[in-house]
Design a binder for this molecule. Structure first.
Ligand SMILES: [Zn+2]
Length: 104
């Protein structure tokens, strides 16, 4: 497990890519930045607002070795399947949008 972890909520000063859905975080957009140190290396993980909202609504359990974009992709695929959403041609970003727009 990571030793030191910081979670920041900066405003993007240059475009970044969301590490979960790979959409572009535009300049001026707020995002979540997780920084941790591991064996002397510093890692950064960026989460866009949409993925953040999705994970608040549908939390993804950490299976012990952290959550990566593959776990995230499986998670949103499962959520789409459970809801009968047709995700055949959707990428992660589109699935996140579809799930967030979904009416209860
Ligand atoms: Zn995202």
């Amino acid at each position: 497990m990571p030793g030191i972890m910081h979670i920041l909520h900066p405003m993007a000063h240059k475009p970044h890519t969301c590490d979960y859905c790979h959409r572009i975080i535009k300049v001026g957009e707020k995002y979540e930045k997780t920084v941790w140190a591991d064996d002397g290396a510093v890692h950064t993980w960026r989460t866009c607002q949409q993925c953040h909202n999705l994970l608040e609504k549908y939390p993804l359990e950490d299976d012990g070795d952290g959550i990566d974009n593959y776990d995230f992709y499986d998670h949103v695929s499962n959520l789409c399947n459970e809801r009968g959403l047709d995700n055949q041609d959707m990428d992660a970003e589109e699935m996140v949008c579809a799930l967030l727009k979904e009416k209860k």
